[in-house]
Design a protein. Structure first.
Length: 96
């Protein structure tokens, strides 16, 4: 890892170049603080937050246009296709 104190667009900070050649510009007062911030960034990159149940559900629900179509045909034929589709997603990704 290489560390250089530089100015970037008028901001003073530290340029950190890691073993893979990735460059980071960190605006901290000292080299020690810049290294600590760099380590925090690398930790977050390696351990991204897990998506919430809401995010997981949002990815799995059918598109709104398809849901509206299901609701329409459920009314016409007296079926519950839409309810089954939504319930399956809710069961797969429960709250909490």
């Amino acid at each position: 890892m290489k560390i250089n104190k530089i100015k970037n667009n008028g901001n003073e900070g530290f340029q950190i170049i890691d073993e893979s050649g990735n460059e980071y510009f960190i605006t901290e007062a000292t080299e020690e603080l810049a290294i600590a911030k760099y380590n925090e960034i690398k930790f977050r990159e390696a351990n991204p937050p897990k998506p919430s149940y809401r995010e997981l559900r949002a990815q799995e629900y059918p598109p709104i246009s398809d849901q509206l179509d299901m609701i329409y045909w459920d009314k016409v034929y007296g079926t519950n296709t839409w309810e089954k589709a939504i319930s399956a997603v809710k069961e797969r990704f429960p709250k909490g």
